[in-house]
Ligand binder design. Structure first.
Ligand SMILES: [Zn+2]
Length: 171
């Protein structure tokens, strides 16, 4: 089965600033309040091209976002400027509507999030961006693997038994 890409901290679609791909002639920008400046600056930059944009507010229905995405013509480059959680939602919807990862650029306005998937209790939990080992809520010590699982939506966490410091005898 084909598993659709999801947004994660090392996604190729994450960018520090939007860039225009030569072969793309249509632009769709989706942004929230926090990504407004980024989105508007980019729209100004590409004003010779056909563009459409959507401000994603917290009151906006998911269906409206989906309709906006599905109404885009094939070959449209998608730009997302938003907070992590909103960006993840828009990214997933875009992929569901047929966009490939290469067709999406995502600019995150807050912190990226990272998840580890516990091989013991099969739950994913949020971890900081640089943690190599974590303790899962089930009590298992996990080594955070380098493999991100699209299915589990997290890095695979491999259980390990921590080395316990032996107490000195006779001290
Ligand atoms: Zn666990």
């Amino acid at each position: 089965m084909y598993n659709r890409p999801v947004l994660f901290d090392q996604s190729t679609s994450l960018v520090k600033e939007f860039s225009l791909l030569q072969e793309r002639s249509k632009i769709a920008v989706m942004f929230d309040e926090s990504g407004k400046l980024q989105a508007e600056a980019f729209l100004k930059e590409v004003n010779n091209l056909p563009t459409s944009s959507l401000l994603v507010t917290e009151w906006l229905q998911d269906e409206t976002i989906r309709e906006f995405i599905s109404s885009q013509k094939i070959g449209t480059q998608i730009y997302i400027a938003a907070k992590w959680d909103t960006a993840c939602k828009i990214f997933s919807m875009s992929v569901e509507e047929g966009a490939s990862e290469e067709e999406i650029q995502t600019f995150i306005t807050d912190e990226k999030k990272r998840y580890v998937y516990c091989m013991k209790c099969f739950n994913a939990s949020e971890i900081s961006l640089d943690e190599q080992t974590v303790k899962c809520s089930c009590g298992t010590h996990l080594e955070v693997g380098s493999f991100f699982s699209v299915v589990r939506k997290g890095y695979i966490g491999y259980p390990f038994i921590p080395v316990v410091q032996r107490q000195k005898v006779g001290s």
